[in-house]
Design a binder for this molecule. Structure first.
Ligand code: PEP
Length: 254
């Protein structure tokens, strides 16, 4: 089944207002009306509204993404941001379970599942990130770790909601390190994920869910990674902060 490639730019805690606006404006101009690849950009919270306005004013097909949120609708949750607030400023896509939230901030699989369910209920598209640490890879546990994080992350997600889900396979040891899984290793992990989706749902769901690869994707390695049968684009960190690099990665996904 042909799946439309999907490339996300995770800006993390980088870029101030002027830089965020400049990068977004350059991407808007270069992508113009090209919809051959779905593209999302995820600025830091303070700039979601201004970047969202820029995308909206240009009628750009680039989707506004958020790096995080809290699953409760409102109330006494100091420092948190709700899904309705994100929707209010034009967010269409949310990241859930990014390795930095799992392993730096300490989010549990139970919290990740609450977030997935709330975001789906809110009608947003979810990029659920999974992936193994180096010691888990070395112990041959890559597929088991992915399977555990997917089963717990997607608990209670109905077949009809799987249209709103993208999985990002991001080996923790490859994120921001300059180390990339070989295309064959990434393909093997993606194939394992698709097999699990068949078991959890059915072949049609497994065949249509996009699985992005993330972990030091660059213009120089994107083409080979994206040419693998089960890799449907990427979630990009460092290389998403530079217009030329990110555009080259988007072109490699076409
Ligand atoms: C990410 O932030 O999800 C990521 C994959 O980062 P990088 O591309 O910098 O490894």
């Amino acid at each position: 089944m042909a799946r439309k490639p999907f490339v996300g730019g995770n800006w993390k805690m980088n870029l101030h207002q002027a830089e965020a606006a400049q990068l977004a404006a350059a991407l808007v101009q270069q992508i113009a009306a090209d919809t051959s690849v779905d593209v999302a950009i995820c600025p830091a919270f303070p700039y979601l509204a201004s970047v969202g306005e820029l995308l909206c004013d240009a009628a750009s097909p680039i989707m506004l993404g958020a790096q995080d949120f809290y699953f409760q609708p409102n109330g006494a949750y100091t420092g948190e941001v709700s899904l309705s607030m994100l929707k209010d400023v034009g967010v269409k896509v949310v990241l859930v379970g990014h390795s930095e939230r799992r392993h730096v901030i300490g989010e549990s699989d139970a919290l990740i599942n609450e977030k997935v369910l709330a975001a789906l209920e809110a009608g947003l598209h979810v990029i659920l990130c999974v992936g193994e640490k180096l010691e888990q890879r070395e112990a041959g546990k890559t597929d088991a770790i992915n399977a555990g994080q997917i089963a717990l992350g997607l608990a209670g997600v109905k077949t009809a909601q799987m249209k709103q889900i993208t999985i990002a396979y991001e080996p923790v040891w490859a994120i921001g390190t300059g180390k990339t899984a070989t295309p064959a290793d990434a393909q093997s992990a993606h194939q394992g994920i698709r097999k699990q989706l068949t078991a959890l749902y059915d072949a049609s769901v497994a065949g249509s869910v996009r699985i992005q690869y993330g972990g030091s994707v660059k213009a120089s390695n994107a083409k080979e990674l994206f040419s693998q049968a089960d890799i449907d684009g990427g979630l990009i960190g460092g290389a998403a902060l530079k217009t030329d690099e990110f555009m080259a990665i988007i072109k490699a996904a076409r």
